[in-house]
Design a binder for this molecule. Structure first.
Ligand SMILES: Cc1cc2nc3c(=O)[nH]c(=O)nc-3n(C[C@H](O)[C@H](O)[C@H](O)COP(=O)(O)O)c2cc1C
Length: 865
C-alpha cells in the first residue's frame, strides 16, 4: 500500500472514531443532566425518617431497574466507563463483576477506599454499613468525603458521592452497627463477598464468625494505623498475619470463642506499628475517663495515629482482591515468608554440613545463598515440601527453620536449584532412606516440581534474581568457607524471632534492677536482659531487710564456706512503673539491637494486665516474661505463684495476656508445684511463645540455734522465702527436663524454653541446653560473681562445644533428652545388659561375691532380680 493511501485510512479512522465518541459524549451529557436532576431530589435524604431508602433514591432505583446486572454492559456509557476493565478481564468476566453484590462493613479509611474502587470497577450492587459519622479528622484518609460531609453518616456520604460516580450501581446505605441483632438484616441477601473493614475486635470477630457460619466469602482488614511502609502490605490467611495486635486478638478470639482456626483471608501489614496509641490524658493533671468518649459501648476509643495513605492502600488492596475473585481472574499472591538473611544462611550452612557428612564433601553444593533464598522462599514457601499447611508461619515463622533442612531430591544429582527439597529433619532422613520411585508412587503434590523442565526452574530463578531487592552483606557471606564457619563455635541464638549474640540471659531480679545495671549487662555482652519484675502500682510493694540468707558448703554455717544456696524474701520492683518504663525506653534507644525483656506481674484483673502490657510494650521492649512464680509476698495478693499454681487461673490470665501482647510472651514457672508440666502446658496452649523455669524454690534457710529464730530474721520473725543458686541446679535440671519432654511430645517444636537455676559455669548452661533449653538465665550467679561472669560462661560453653565438635547451639540442643526413660525401661535395659555381662562373666555373679569394699562399684554390677 502506498504512503498516500495509508494516510487516508488513518484520517478516515480518526474521523470515524471522533464522531462515535462525540455521539457517546452527547448521550452521556444528556443522561448526566437528567441524573443531576434525580440527584437533586435525592439530596433530600437527610430529612427522611428511613435514611436507607430516601424518596429520591427510590426513584433512581426504579430508573436503574430497567438496566440491571449484565444488561448494564450493553449501555454505551457504562461500557465506555468500564472499558479498561473489560479490556483487562474480558466481557464475560466483567459481567460477573457487574452482576455481583458486595457488602462493605466499616466505611472509614479502609472501607471507603475499598467500596469506592469496587464501585469504579463496576460492581452492580453495594450494601454500605457503618453506624458512625464523617469527622473532620477522618478526612486525611477518606476516599470521597469533603468538609461539607462532616457530621453526616459515613454510609450516606458514600452513597451520595458514589451515585455521581457510577449511578447505575444499586447502592443501599445502612446507618447501623453490625451486631448479632443486625446480622440477619445485613448478611441475608446472599452477597458474593463481604468486606470486613471494622476496627473493633468484638464486632469484627462476630462478623467473621457469622460469615464462616453462613458460608459467605469474606475478606478482612487488620490494623492499618500506626504504619508507614506500603511495601509490606500483604494478603494472606488470618493465621499468617504477623506483627499486628488486632489480627492477633481476632485470631485468638475466633479460635477460643468459635473454634475457627484460620481459613479467612486478611489484608495486613508485616510492619510493626511505628507509633503508639494516644493516651486519654488531656493534661498531666487530668485523667480522662475513656468511657465518657464511647459513642457505642465497648468500642475502641483510644486514638490510633494514622498515616492516611496506608488505610487507603489497604482498601485498594481489598478491592483488587475482591474484584479479581469476582471476575474469576486468578492472581497468585506472594507467599508470606518472614525469614531473613540469617535463616537462609543457617539453611545454607546446614546443607553444606549435611553434604559433607553424607557425601564426604560439600563440593556438589552448586547453590549460593541467593539461590537458597529462591528455593526456600519461592519454591517451598519456607515450609516443609511435605507439609505446606500454614501453621507455623507469620509471627512464628522463625521457629520452623529450627527443624528444616535442604536435601537433594535425587541423590545421584548435585545439589542444584532444581534438585533441592526443603524438609523437616525427620522427613529428610526418611527421604534419604527411600527411592524417588517410591516417593513418586505416593503421588504427593510436591513431586510435580521435580518433573518440570530444568529450563523452567532456571527461568523462574532468573526472574527471582532480577527482583529489585539488594542483599547488602551477601558478598561477605560468600567469602566465608565451610571451614571458617566450623572454626569458631557459634553461640548466637534466635529465640521466638529474637536474635541474641549468645544464650546467656540476665534473669529477673537484682541484676536487672535499673538502667545502670542493665546497661552494664549489655556492655559486658549478655545475650539478653530480663528486667526486675514490674507491676502497675509500685507503692503496694514494700520490702523489708534483711531479705537474703545464704547457705554455705563445708563450713557448718561459718562465714567462710562457699555459698551454695541463697534465700530471698525480696518482692518485685518497688520502683515507680513510670521510672522503669523510662529506663526501658532509654535502654532500647541506646541498644536498639540488643534484647530487652520486661518481666511483669499484676493482680487478677484483666484490665490491669492489659494496661500493664500496653504501657510496657510502648517502651519498645522485645518480649515479655510473665512472673507466674514469685513464691513469697505476692501470692498474698493473688499474684505470682498464686496464679502459676492454679491452672484455671493461669489459663484465664494467659488468655488476657496473649489477647493483648504483640511481642513474644514467656511464662515463668514456679517449681513449687507437684507437676510443673501442667502449668507449662496450659501457658503454651494459651498462646505463650515460651516458658521459663524455674523461679525460686520455697524454703526456710535455717534456724539460728542461739536465738531460736528463723532466718532471715526481720525483727525476730521470718517468712518462707525463695531458694536459688548452685544448690537448686539439680532441681532445676529435673524441672526443665520434664518440661522439655512434655514440649517435645505435645508441641510442634516452635515454642521456646528458657532454663534457670544455679548457673555459674559454662558446663551448667550446657546441661540445660542439652535438655532442650534455648536460652539460659542467670540471677544469683551474677549477684555473687558480677556481670563479667558472662565472659567465663561464653568461653566455657565454647570449650565444651569445641570438645564435641558442635558448631552451633542447635547442634546439641536437646540431645540428652533421649536418655531419660521410665524406671521400668531402666530395669529392662539393665536386665539385658546383665545378661550380656554374664555372658562375658563380668561383675558380681551373686550375693556371695559381695565384699562391701567399693560399695558403689559393687552395687552397680549387682543383679537384684
Ligand atoms: C534476690 C532475688 C530476687 C529475685 N527477683 C525476681 C523477680 O523480681 N522476678 C522474677 O521473675 N524472679 C526473681 N527472682 C528469681 C530469679 O530470676 C531466678 O528465677 C531464681 O533465682 C533461680 O535462678 P538463679 O539460681 O540463677 O538465681 C529473684 C531471685 C533472687 C535471688
Amino acid at each position: 500500500m502506498g504512503e498516500r493511501s495509508k494516510q487516508w485510512i488513518l484520517i478516515g479512522t480518526g474521523a470515524l472514531f471522533g464522531s462515535l465518541s462525540t455521539i457517546a459524549l452527547l448521550k452521556f451529557v444528556s443522561r448526566y443532566a437528567s441524573r443531576l436532576r434525580i440527584k437533586s431530589v435525592d439530596d433530600g435524604f437527610a430529612a427522611d425518617d428511613d435514611m436507607n431508602v430516601g424518596r429520591g433514591r427510590k426513584r433512581l432505583k426504579d430508573l436503574r431497574d430497567g438496566l440491571a446486572g449484565s444488561d448494564l454492559l450493553t449501555d454505551e456509557v457504562v461500557s465506555e466507563q468500564l472499558t479498561r476493565n473489560i479490556q483487562f478481564f474480558g466481557m464475560e468476566s466483567q459481567k460477573k463483576v457487574t452482576e455481583s453484590f458486595v457488602v462493605v462493613i466499616g466505611l472509614g479509611g479502609v472501607g471507603s477506599h475499598a467500596a469506592s474502587m469496587l464501585l469504579r470497577s463496576g460492581v452492580g450492587r453495594l450494601l454500605l454499613v457503618d453506624f458512625d459519622q464523617v469527622s473532620l479528622s477522618s478526612l486525611n484518609r477518606h476516599a470521597v468525603a469533603t468538609r461539607e460531609d462532616v457530621g453526616i453518616p459515613k454510609a450516606i456520604c458514600l452513597q451520595k458521592h458514589f451515585s455521581a460516580i457510577y449511578p447505575e450501581c444499586q447502592i443501599e446505605a445502612k446507618v447501623q452497627l453490625y451486631d448479632a441483632s443486625s446480622e440477619e438484616e445485613i448478611l441475608s441477601g446472599n452477597p458474593d463477598f463481604v468486606l470486613d473493614c471494622i476496627d473493633n475486635i468484638d464486632t469484627k470477630v462476630a462478623l467473621l464468625a457469622a460469615c464462616v457460619r453462613r458460608g459467605l466469602r469474606v475478606l478482612s482488614a487488620t490494623g492499618a494505623g500506626a504504619r508507614a511502609d506500603p511495601t509490606r502490605i500483604r494478603i494472606a490467611d488470618l493465621q499468617e498475619s504477623s506483627n499486628d495486635p488486632l489480627s492477633r486478638a481476632v485470631r485468638y478470639r475466633l479460635r477460643k470463642d468459635y473454634g475457627i482456626d484460620g481459613g479467612i483471608p486478611v489484608v495486613f501489614s508485616l510492619e510493626k506499628p511505628k507509633v503508639k496509641l494516644l493516651p486519654f490524658k488531656i493534661s498531666a493533671a487530668e485523667e480522662e475517663n475513656p468511657l465518657d468518649y464511647q459513642i457505642v459501648p465497648g468500642f475502641r476509643v483510644r486514638i490510633i495515629p494514622v498515616l492516611g495513605t496506608i488505610p487507603a492502600i489497604f482498601g485498594q488492596v481489598m478491592a483488587s482482591y475482591v474484584v479479581t475473585r469476582l471476575a474469576g481472574f486468578s492472581v497468585q499472591t506472594e507467599p508470606v515468608v518472614n525469614l531473613d538473611l540469617d535463616h537462609y544462611r543457617i539453611l545454607h550452612q546446614r546443607l553444606l554440613e549435611h553434604e559433607e557428612l553424607i557425601y564426604g564433601s560439600a563440593g556438589q553444593v552448586l547453590v549460593d545463598i541467593e539461590e537458597i533464598m529462591y528455593v526456600v522462599k519461592e519454591l517451598w514457601h519456607g515450609r516443609s515440601a511435605r507439609d505446606q499447611s500454614q501453621k507455623g508461619i507469620g509471627r512464628k515463622m522463625w521457629r520452623s527453620v529450627n527443624e528444616l533442612m535442604l536435601v537433594r531430591w535425587d541423590k545421584s544429582k548435585p545439589a542444584t536449584v532444581s534438585n533441592l527439597i526443603l524438609l523437616k529433619f525427620i522427613e529428610a532422613e526418611q527421604h534419604e532412606s527411600t527411592t524417588i520411585d517410591r516417593i513418586r508412587k505416593r503421588n504427593l503434590n510436591f513431586t510435580l516440581w521435580f518433573g518440570r523442565e530444568g529450563s523452567s526452574a532456571a527461568s523462574e530463578l532468573r526472574r527471582f534474581r532480577q527482583r529489585p531487592r539488594p542483599l547488602p552483606d551477601l558478598r561477605r557471606w560468600r567469602r566465608r568457607s565451610t571451614a571458617a564457619i566450623r572454626a569458631e563455635p557459634d553461640l548466637r541464638v534466635r529465640v521466638n524471632g529474637l536474635e541474641m549474640p549468645n544464650p546467656f540471659v540476665i534473669g529477673s531480679g537484682p541484676p536487672g534492677t535499673n538502667y545502670t545495671v542493665m546497661k552494664r549487662a549489655f556492655d559486658e555482652g549478655w545475650g539478653a536482659v530480663i528486667a526486675k519484675t514490674v507491676s502497675l502500682d509500685a507503692s503496694k510493694v514494700i520490702n523489708v531487710t534483711p531479705r537474703y540468707a545464704r547457705l554455705r558448703a563445708g563450713s557448718n554455717g561459718t562465714a567462710k564456706g562457699q555459698i551454695i544456696g541463697w534465700e530471698n524474701i525480696e518482692l518485685i520492683s518497688d520502683r515507680p512503673l513510670e521510672t522503669m518504663l523510662n529506663e526501658f525506653r532509654q535502654l532500647k534507644r541506646e541498644y536498639p539491637d540488643r534484647i530487652l525483656i520486661a518481666s511483669i506481674m499484676e493482680e487478677y484483673n484483666k484490665a490491669a494486665w492489659q494496661e500493664l502490657i500496653e504501657r510496657v510494650e510502648e517502651t519498645g521492649v522485645d518480649a515479655l516474661e510473665i512472673n507466674f512464680s514469685c513464691p513469697h509476698g505476692m501470692p498474698e495478693r493473688k499474684m505470682g505463684a498464686a496464679v502459676g499454681q492454679d491452672c484455671h487461673l493461669l489459663e484465664e490470665v494467659c488468655g488476657w495476656i496473649n489477647e493483648k501482647a504483640t511481642v513474644p510472651v514467656w511464662a515463668k514457672m514456679t517449681p513449687n508445684i507437684t507437676d510443673i508440666t501442667q502449668p507449662a502446658r496450659v501457658a503454651l496452649k494459651a498462646g505463650c511463645e515460651g516458658v521459663s523455669a524455674i523461679n525460686t524454690i520455697m524454703s526456710v534457710m535455717g534456724i539460728d540455734l542461739n536465738t531460736l529464730r528463723p532466718e532471715p530474721s526481720v525483727e525476730g520473725y521470718s517468712t518462707p522465702g525463695g531458694y536459688s543458686a548452685k544448690a537448686v541446679h539439680p532441681i532445676a535440671l529435673g524441672k526443665v527436663m520434664q518440661i522439655a519432654k512434655m514440649m517435645k511430645a505435645e508441641f510442634d517444636g516452635e515454642q521456646s524454653l528458657s532454663a534457670i537455676g544455679g548457673v555459674e559455669t559454662g558446663g551448667d548452661s550446657a546441661e540445660f541446653i542439652l535438655l532442650g533449653a534455648n536460652t539460659v538465665q542467670v540471677c544469683t550467679g551474677v549477684m555473687m560473681h558480677g556481670y563479667g561472669l558472662v565472659k567465663k560462661l561464653r568461653a566455657e560453653l565454647q570449650d565444651f562445644m569445641r570438645k564435641h565438635n558442635f558448631s552451633s547451639i542447635e547442634d546439641f540442643r536437646g540431645v540428652s533428652l533421649q536418655y531419660f526413660t521410665t524406671h521400668t525401661d531402666l530395669v529392662k535395659r539393665q536386665q539385658e545388659a546383665i545378661r550380656q555381662r554374664k555372658a562375658v562373666r563380668k561383675g558380681l555373679q551373686s550375693d556371695k561375691d559381695w565384699t562391701g569394699d567399693g560399695f558403689v562399684k559393687e552395687t552397680e554390677s549387682m543383679v537384684s532380680n
